[in-house]
Structure formats: structure tokens, C-alpha cells
Write a protein that binds this ligand. Structure first.
Ligand SMILES: [Zn+2]
Length: 324
């Protein structure tokens, strides 16, 4: 279990309800959860299979193991981003899975976002919502720390509701849309939009159905980013996997030696730090250069026996012609 997950679980265990956990987790005001469109999210969640459901629930609670990784190694590391490299001081977050500027993931996300406006129009979305949600998604992923301003013209239908939705979503967090946390005002605007289209709207043209599809779109976008992130982290081919495994082993050894430095001398590992990577040391090679052959043989056999067969009998044959 990674360090981040332990922290999250400890944090979660102190919260009496899921809503109160989210409130603390996302630094919401006490009443922010009242703006949430739980209906749309619940409908979208109910359509997930068990593997997707597990991932989405972890996504919503922030439990995905993005890790404070000690062994980050990206096969595309020369062109990768600084956060994804092995820099211990920089934490990766669930948001970074979407916002990572590494070329492959950014390419996938850009392609996904560029189809968003067309998708929303196909779902008969009110033009103003379509424009706002597309701009917000682009902005949050591509310019995460920049200012985000939305102009709502005076003649916008349901203008007060649109302003209220923007305010509520800003309180919830624009980035949390990708975790299925949307303001219920968006659904109300959409219901009003469908109501104005009397005679044109079909039976599926309801705010509920629309909200479910929208939340599902965000979940699917995260799934695309998460799968690519896993390929980046764990290797998409045999060579990449070997490179990552080697880096992970080297990092683990360095970490163990760093821990060993705080131990008293007699408890430290006998191999010095400088020898890592320069030579392969086995008991017999360490002993046989300077030691009398018989002592070398007895001590190696005794060490192997004591570690591997601690309770077995141990017999030593000393030939008659042994020196000394
Ligand atoms: Zn990154």
C-alpha cells in the first residue's frame, strides 16, 4: 500500500459520513454538498461494471494509488513531465493523471476534449451549457493554474439559473466534474431547455437522462487517462517493463541503505553503499580471496545451513589432510 493511500484511509476513517468525508477532502463549505447532482452521478455509477465501479469509487474518494512514488520511471521519460519523474519532493495527484503534459496522455486528452462540443450538441444540450462545460474542461486540463472567466450575455435563456450553476460549480470545483461532482443546476437548465422545445423533444430528452450521460462521459475520459497512465508507469512492452523494474529495484536498494544509515554499526548491512552496481558479492566470493580454503568452505556452509535449514543437523567433514 502506498503512502498516499494510507494517509487517505486514515483521513477517511475520521469522517462520520461520505458527504462529510468529501466536504473535508475537497475543502468544501458546510453547505456545498447541497449543490451536488447526486441523481445524475448515481445513475451513471449504476451502469458501471464491477471493475469500472471500483475505479470510479476510488476516483471520487481520491483513493486511487497514484503514489508518492519512489520508483517513477517513464519509458518516455526524456519527453515526460517533471511530476512523473523520480523527484521525491513532488507528489502526484489524481488530478495530475488528467493534467499530465506528457505527450501521449496530452494527445489523448486533447483528442477527447476536441470531440466534447460535438458530443454535447448531439445530446441536444442547451447551447450555453455546451459552451461553458467545453471551455471549463479545456481550461482545467490544459491551463490548470490560469484564470477562468465566463461571460454570460444578458439575453441568455435561464440566465439566473446559468449564473447560479456557474457559482455552484465553482464552489464544488471545476476539476471535480471529472469525478462526477456536478451542480444540479446544470440539469435544471437542461430541463428548462427541453421544456421550451415542446413537440421536438423525445422521451429520453430529460435532465436526468442528460445528466447521467454527461457524468458517464467524464468517467470515460478519466478511464482513458488512467489506462494510459498505467501504461506509462508500468510499461506497455517488455523492454519498458524491464527498464521500470530495474529502476524500481535500484531505488528500493538505495532506500534500504538510507534506512540502514540510522542503525548502529553492528546492525548495518555488511556491504558498503559504494559497492551497489559495481560488483556482485556472494558469500564465497567475499570470503575466498583472503581466507584459508577450509575456513571459507565451513563458514559458507554454516551460513547457508543456519539460514535455510535452521533446525536441521549440521555436520562438517574435515579431511585428514586438512592443513592445521
Ligand atoms: Zn506527469
Amino acid at each position: 500500500m502506498c503512502g498516499r493511500l494510507q494517509e487517505e484511509l486514515r483521513f477517511c476513517c475520521t469522517a462520520p459520513t461520505l458527504i462529510s468525508y468529501w466536504t473535508a477532502r475537497y475543502s468544501w463549505a458546510d453547505d456545498t454538498h447541497q449543490f451536488l447532482d447526486q441523481l445524475g452521478a448515481d445513475r451513471a455509477i449504476s451502469r458501471l461494471d464491477s471493475a469500472d465501479l471500483t475505479r470510479v469509487q476510488k476516483l471520487r474518494c481520491g483513493w486511487l494509488p497514484v503514489n508518492r512514488r519512489l520508483s517513477r520511471e517513464d519509458p518516455d521519460r526524456t519527453a515526460g513531465c517533471a511530476t512523473c519523474r523520480a523527484v521525491d519532493s513532488v507528489d502526484k495527484t489524481v488530478d495530475h493523471v488528467l493534467q499530465c503534459p506528457s505527450p501521449v496522455r496530452r494527445g489523448l486528452l486533447t483528442e477527447r476534449l476536441s470531440s466534447l462540443t460535438a458530443t454535447l450538441r448531439e445530446w441536444k444540450m442547451a447551447p450555453m451549457i455546451c459552451q461553458i462545460l467545453s471551455a471549463a474542461a479545456h481550461h482545467w486540463i490544459l491551463i490548470p493554474w490560469g484564470d477562468f472567466e465566463i461571460h454570460v450575455p444578458d439575453d441568455t435563456p435561464s440566465r439566473q439559473l446559468v449564473l447560479s450553476a456557474i457559482k455552484a460549480q465553482a464552489e464544488i470545483g471545476w476539476g471535480l466534474m471529472f469525478r462526477g461532482f456536478l451542480s444540479s443546476d446544470w440539469r435544471r437548465i437542461q430541463d428548462a431547455f427541453f421544456a421550451q422545445r415542446t413537440g421536438i423533444s423525445g422521451k429520453l430528452d430529460t435532465g436526468q437522462y442528460w445528466a447521467r450521460r454527461l457524468v458517464s462521459w467524464y468517467f470515460e475520459t478519466f478511464r482513458i487517462a488512467w489506462f494510459q497512465r498505467n501504461l506509462d508507469e508500468h510499461g506497455s512492452d517488455e523492454f519498458g517493463q524491464r527498464v521500470i523494474l530495474k529502476a524500481r529495484l535500484a531505488c528500493t536498494i538505495r532506500r534500504l541503505y538510507a534506512i540502514g544509515e540510522s542503525f548502529p554499526d553492528h546492525e548495518r548491512h555488511p556491504i558498503c553503499k559504494d559497492s551497489i552496481g559495481t560488483s556482485k558479492i556472494t558469500p564465497t566470493r567475499a570470503l575466498d580471496s583472503t581466507m584459508a580454503p577450509m575456513i571459507c568452505q565451513i563458514l559458507s556452509a554454516a551460513a547457508h545451513h543456519w539460514i535455510l535449514i535452521p533446525w536441521g543437523d549440521f555436520e562438517i567433514h574435515v579431511p585428514d589432510d586438512t592443513p592445521s
